[in-house]
Design a protein around this ligand. Structure first.
Ligand code: NAP
Length: 315
């Protein structure tokens, strides 16, 4: 375990939902000694046993209300659909000065669901790590998940700088880079880079499941030619992604409309034999890919929500 020369950031951190993201955070909090005490909240007895076995927390409970007593940091790491109810439960029990943050993939809905339930003496700092895999649960986490990845914070206008800076320090200790933006802008950017690609992957794989049996078995056999990457994304947690689409509905529907129009343009070019149109579009998309590799967000780096780089070197 490495030491933290400046002392821990927090005294008691509670992680509610110790899945892929929560357990990866726990590994970092433990390794870098960012807290004196870590408490995990999980509904399942099996998961609670695994959390202790993996030494992700000092203690575990299924009682979120009891867990937050005396905590100076609470991290909500469940699927976003559970945040509102959890905030309503824990809100009255938060200690003065407690920093509440989350990792949810949508931000407008998360703020609307959580903020009204928190007392004025607690500070809410919404956050979203742009890092993940298709795995879930407490055994899925790994310490390097956030290294060199972006974490987007969408602070509320009246939040003082000190709790925001503590959340920044938490993520920087995990090796992440920080950006701050308006929550609705976040939801628009992520709808394009993550939510729409997941929807397309789910749809393509769903289309394949409707094929007649002999064709379907050959799709699986020869999947390496592109389909495999879609199946990886479409293997992501159904609860998490159901909640993402229901909680970023308007933005996703708007982008889906634009995507459908662009798809029709591609369809028309193929039907008309318009090779120039196709070549030009594919050249543009290749340039986009290169700029993402140049920004060190693809290639030999760890995967993120919605990208297809898993086979290229997850550490
Ligand atoms: P995950 O692996 O499925 O973990 C979520 C955990 O939350 C589950 O293990 C579950 O554990 C617990 N949970 C679920 N509902 C709960 C409830 N009502 N009360 C208490 N605990 C509950 O999910 P994840 O991938 O870590 O995602 C967690 C959050 O991170 C989501 O909001 C997601 O949008 C966001 N996110 C995910 C990714 C990604 O790529 N996966 C990336 C960035 C952000 P128990 O059953 O043991 O309670």
């Amino acid at each position: 375990m490495s030491t933290n020369p400046e002392g821990p950031l927090f005294s008691k951190v509670v992680i509610i939902g110790v899945g892929l993201i929560g357990s990866s955070l726990a590994l970092n909090i433990r390794k870098h000694r960012l807290a004196n005490e870590v408490v995990g909240v999980s509904r399942s007895a099996d998961n609670r046993a695994k959390i202790l076995e993996l030494d992700l927390a000092d203690s575990v409970t299924d009682d979120a209300i009891a867990a937050v007593s005396g905590a100076d940091c609470v991290l909500l790491c469940t699927a976003v659909g559970a945040y509102g109810h959890l905030a309503e439960q824990i809100g009255p029990h938060l200690a003065p000065g407690c920093v509440v943050s989350d990792v949810g993939s949508t931000k407008g809905s998360v703020i609307a669901d959580i903020a009204p339930h928190l007392p004025e003496h607690a500070y809410f700092v919404p956050a979203h790590p742009i890092a993940g895999t298709e795995q879930s649960g407490p055994t899925a986490g790994f310490e390097s998940l956030f290294r060199d990845r972006w974490v987007i914070l969408t602070p509320l206008p009246n939040t003082p700088r000190e709790p925001i800076d503590k959340v920044v320090a938490l993520w920087e200790a995990c090796g992440a880079m920080i950006d701050e933006m308006d929550p609705l802008h976040h939801d628009r950017v992520l709808a394009m880079t993550s939510h729409l690609p997941h929807l397309i992957a789910y749809t393509i794989v769903d289309t394949a499941t409707q094929l007649e049996d002999d064709l379907k078995s050959e799709v699986i056999k020869f999947s390496a030619s592109g389909f495999r990457d879609f199946t990886r994304i479409a293997g992501s947690d159904p609860t998490m992604w159901r909640d993402v689409f229901l909680n970023n509905r308007d933005v996703v529907l708007d982008l889906l409309q634009r995507f459908q129009e662009d798809l029709v343009n591609m369809q028309r070019a193929i039907r008309k034999g318009d090779g120039t149109f196709l070549f030009d579009r594919f050249t543009e998309t290749r340039d986009i890919r290169q700029s993402i590799v140049d920004a060190r967000q693809a290639g030999q780096f760890i995967p993120t929500e919605g990208d297809a780089d898993d086979d290229e070197g997850r550490s």
